[in-house]
Design a protein around this ligand. Sequence first.
Ligand code: ADP
Length: 169
Amino acid sequence: MGKIIVEQGDITTYDVDAIVNAANASLLGGGGVDGAIHRAAGPGLVEECRMLGGCRTGEAKITGGHDLKARYVIHTVGPVWHGGDDGEAEKLELCYNNALQLAAAHDCRTIAFPSISTGVYGFPADKAARIAITTVRHLLPGLPAIDSVYMVAFSRDAEALLNHALKEG
Ligand code: ADP
């Protein structure tokens, strides 16, 4: 069965089959990890994204990786945190679920995720880390072609939260 690997790093440098982008609904680029992925992928990415007609919260859409080492970028739109009573947890779960299913459908064996929604969208990082790990862990047995899922934390603090969630399970 596939394994979950927690690491601190810059997701744009990952040499994997697919990296996941914490995009916004327009899919036309933004700040944070989205901006970094678009800068590293080059202008071909936004051109391809323009054809996709946006993306709803919790959905996932796939493009090529363009100038990235990754073969694909899987764009998903995380929920904006509104205090926790607005289905935020379920929507975040859907992001990991849909992104991972889409990766498997494209024969990806190695995938890297950022900590979706934990930047500008304000999702508490500890809760988000738990949802990320439990959702991926739950799906892996049903997706035997997936070999490795990297959970890429941008900070040491985020890395510690992910590692804590990984040990808890
Ligand atoms: P959202 O809008 O979904 O909150 P952000 O891009 O603002 O998305 O933040 C999501 C997470 O991605 C944050 O934890 C942020 O620290 C992290 N992040 C930003 N740049 C990178 C990067 N180059 N590699 C990995 N993670 C990153």
